[in-house]
Ligand binder design. Structure first.
Ligand code: CMC
Length: 454
């Protein structure tokens, strides 16, 4: 390990900072003790150049378009593995032995049911509530049902919580869907694998038998594996931040769901399909490209661009292939949205604006099309992403709790507000203190009584 030396422009001296070595990718300058020997902090909004932790779970090479879970390439895992096996790999670091996988599968299968009283939570929501709103409420509420598993200092309780969350997320997600369409909740079936069971809870009705289509199950498996983890993204960092205060894992995952919901994070999969549907035809695409480039227009090409990938997102490659296979295997012919997506990709990748900024399709560009083909309504897309990403969140939460270097997250700031000043009494204040322009103008806000509806 060699050191970095930070010279102080004020002449107060130089600070030696240790260099931490990565097994792959960027090494890191260890600034933990920077303030001990200097009077400066580092400034990095959005963490463009900051490693918030060390992690052995997932590796992303944004320049080369590589994604590895515990060292295994994402496309190989999609080809050869099951989502539950990948969950084991992410959580415990190695591919399981047959008996380890059998035990893990058994544990997951035997935690899929929800406490019956949880159904009353669903009935408290409006039928038109977004499934993500319902999910974050219900997942957070699990902490009220499992007080025995909220002691995060007990390794055994941590494992039980992990099993419960991985097992119950499909049930919670499917129930959110059933509630919005007014169908009865469907209970999990222990004879089905993880993906088939989820499809069963989503699509079966008491009136007729439902046999999950193996082609759908295979696509579902790929979808869940591809979305399971992506190192320190916004929602995973949120889970780590919330967990750093030793909050229970149900609260942490609810926080992850909140973060994922945003339209420029996990919400982008809904936004891509909505965008394509709104554009309506290939003829409308050049204008969409023009609008995306216009800085005065808030329109962005959803499903394009990524903080880390500066080449084709390997998850998008897998999703595009799986979607093509799904269309062939189901003999669905050409999907106009797929034709639009491929043409939009082609136009963008020929355009200097996108090329120079290295904006390529990301995971969300094709994943929504797969979910649509599987029969999921658009407003369920981000919930399915959350169901999959729960495994990654829990792997990071577990790694963080077990990491002796981790402390409560407490960033510093560059303070740019006023220096010390004296309080001015109300009647002595100037009428032009500048805040009027920052307040919303127009009529007063409507009262609660006038906005309650539905
Ligand atoms: N359409 C048009 N311009 C874009 C786009 C886009 N989709 N994405 C980035 N840009 C431009 C941006 O305007 C900026 O231009 P300039 O340098 O002239 O100011 C430049 O590219 C860099 O963009 P940025 O916003 O500074 O990059 P970021 O790393 O902060 O944001 C991003 C990354 C994913 C939030 C952004 O690319 C974006 O909003 N994409 C659309 C939403 C989306 O698809 N999100 C899913 C991300 S992947 C899955 C996930 O996170 O869950």
């Amino acid at each position: 390990m060699s050191d970095y030396t930070l010279s102080d422009e004020t002449g107060a001296g130089a600070t030696r900072l240790p260099l931490m070595k990565a097994t792959l990718g960027h090494d890191a300058i260890d600034v933990r003790h920077l303030l001990d020997g200097s009077h400066v902090t580092t400034y990095d909004p959005g963490f463009s150049s900051t490693a918030s932790c060390s992690s052995a779970i997932t590796y992303v090479d944004g320049e080369k378009g590589v994604l590895l879970y515990r060292g295994y390439a994402i496309d190989e895992l999609v080809e050869k593995s099951s989502f539950v096996e990948v969950a084991y790999l992410l959580l415990f670091g190695e591919l399981p032995l047959p008996k380890e996988l059998a035990k893990f599968e058994y544990d997951i299968i035997h935690h899929t049911m929800l406490h019956e009283q949880i159904t009353s939570f669903y009935h408290g929501f409006r039928r038109d509530a977004h499934p993500m709103a319902v999910m974050l409420g219900v997942v957070g509420a699990l902490s009220a049902f499992y007080p025995d598993s909220i002691n995060v200092y007990d390794p055994m309780q941590r494992l039980v919580s992990i099993d419960r969350l991985v097992a119950k997320l499909p049930t919670i997600t499917a129930m959110a869907y059933k509630y919005t369409v007014g169908q009865p909740f469907v209970y999990p079936r222990n004879d089905l694998d993880y993906c088939s069971n989820f499809l069963h809870m989503m699509f079966s009705v008491p009136a007729e038998a439902y046999v999950p289509n193996p082609i759908f199950t295979k696509a579902m498996n790929a979808l869940l594996i591809v979305q399971a983890d992506h190192e320190q993204n916004a929602s995973t960092s949120t889970v780590r931040t919330v967990g750093s205060s030793r909050a229970n894992p149900f609260a942490c995952v609810a926080a992850g769901i909140s973060s994922l919901w945003g339209p420029i994070h996990g919400g982008a999969n809904e936004a891509v399909v909505a965008m394509l549907q709104e554009l309506g035809s290939v003829a409308a695409l050049p204008d969409a490209i023009r609008r995306a480039k216009d800085k005065n227009d808030p329109f962005r090409l959803m499903g394009f661009g990524h903080r880390v990938y500066k080449s084709y997102d390997p998850r998008a490659t897998v999703m595009k292939r799986i979607y093509g296979e799904l269309l062939d295997e189901l003999d669905l012919g050409d999907d106009p949205l797929f034709e639009m997506a491929k043409e939009l990709e082609k136009l963008a990748l020929e355009d200097d604006y996108f090329v120079s900024r290295k904006l390529y399709p990301n995971v969300d560009f094709y994943s929504g099309l797969i979910m649509k083909a599987l029969g999921f309504p658009i407003n369920m897309f981000t919930s399915i992403f959350a169901l999959s990403r729960t495994t990654g969140w829990l792997a990071h939460w577990k790694e963080m709790i077990e990491d002796p270097d981790q402390r409560i997250t407490r960033p510093r700031q560059l303070y740019v507000g006023p220096t010390l000043r004296s309080y001015v009494n109300l009647d002595a204040r100037s009428t032009t203190n500048g805040t009027a322009s920052k307040m919303p103008s127009g009529p007063a806000m409507p009262s609660e009584a006038s906005i309650v509806g539905g």
